[in-house]
Design a protein around this ligand. Structure first.
Ligand code: HXC
Length: 267
């Protein structure tokens, strides 16, 4: 299989035969956590791939063997104020919407930790394939915030409302076998040779009619509850931002950076 590799600062772009485009987030030292710069690179790149007819399927994955995306970058978010929080959330929404509305299939190849914004980017893809070491979760409430890249809207679509609430309220981690059981992951493959297995499946899809795939994705999206999507996401961004003027957000994120347990107000 021939490949054509390009590297941005925080992304590795790898084009394979049969129209398979891999987008690999590469901030290995931060476990591929999403900062503003990476989100902007993703936005620009996905806009190009949406229009590029040689790209038939997009695979989103993480560099290294430990993480898909360990969430939004907590060190960057720690000192944000409300308006910066709203802006950051909206930038993540732009990226997630590009994955969700791209006129071709998008697959999340979850190869390790997919926490917070990591799970949120995975569920913005059409479906998820997980490696055996994948770990999902929405730990935001433990940081004094809420999910802000669309999980309040998209997670219930994957796992149902009570399960989504349970996961968001508890912040507990979900391993690959449970992710498969609750409908978060469509397949689970061994760590060894994981990406090749995902590519194999993507190749099967990429050889179908691209026109029919485009029509199928558009119809499924339109018939699912995406009415008023922007207003729903805006409500999430506003609430997310509001929490950035709270004591608990500053305490939760400082505690993570200082590697200690948070002491929330009222505890
Ligand atoms: C910034 C992060 C990070 C993150 C890990 N790192 N996750 N930096 N933002 N989300 C950094 C650590 O600070 C550390 O840097 C290095 O990556 C390795 O992480 P360790 O914690 O030492 O590794 P380990 O003990 O193996 O634990 C892995 C982990 C843990 C379980 C994934 O790192 C973790 O809990 N990360 C945070 C997960 C999280 O809460 N995500 C949600 C964020 S909020 P140093 O410099 O110490 O080596 C979110 C909101 C989305 O995503 C919506 C926004 C609008």
């Amino acid at each position: 299989m021939t490949t054509n590799k390009t590297t941005c600062k925080n992304l590795i772009l790898d084009y394979k035969e049969l129209g398979i485009q891999i987008v690999k987030i590469s901030r290995i030292k931060q476990l591929n956590a999403l900062n503003t710069e990476t989100l902007e690179e993703l936005k620009e790149t996905l806009q190009v791939f949406a229009k590029d007819t040689t790209v038939r399927v997009v695979i989103l994955t993480g560099d290294g063997d430990k993480a898909f995306i360990a969430g939004a970058d907590i060190a960057e978010m720690k000192d944000m104020n409300t308006s910066q929080g709203v802006r950051f959330s909206r930038l993540g929404h732009d990226v997630a919407k590009l994955l969700e509305q791209m006129p071709k299939p998008t697959i999340a190849a979850v190869n390790g930790f997919a926490l917070g914004g990591g799970t949120e980017m995975a569920i913005a893809c059409d479906f998820i394939i997980a490696s055996e070491n994948a770990v999902f979760g929405q730990p935001e409430v433990g940081l004094g915030i809420i999910p802000g890249f669309g999980a309040n809207f998209r997670l219930p679509k994957f796992v149902g409302l009570p399960r989504a609430k349970e996961l968001i309220f508890s912040g507990r981690r979900v391993k690959a076998d449970e992710a498969f059981r609750i409908g978060l992951a469509s397949f689970v493959y061994p760590v060894e040779g994981f990406l090749s297995k995902v590519i194999e499946f993507a190749c099967e899809i990429s050889q179908k009619s691209s026109e029919a795939l485009r029509a199928s994705k558009k119809t499924i999206n339109e018939l699912s509850e995406t009415n008023g999507l922007n207003a729903k996401l805006d409500a999430e961004a506003q609430t997310f931002g509001t929490l950035f003027s709270s004591y608990d957000q500053k305490e939760g994120m400082s505690a993570f950076v200082e590697k200690r347990k948070p002491k929330f107000q009222g505890l």
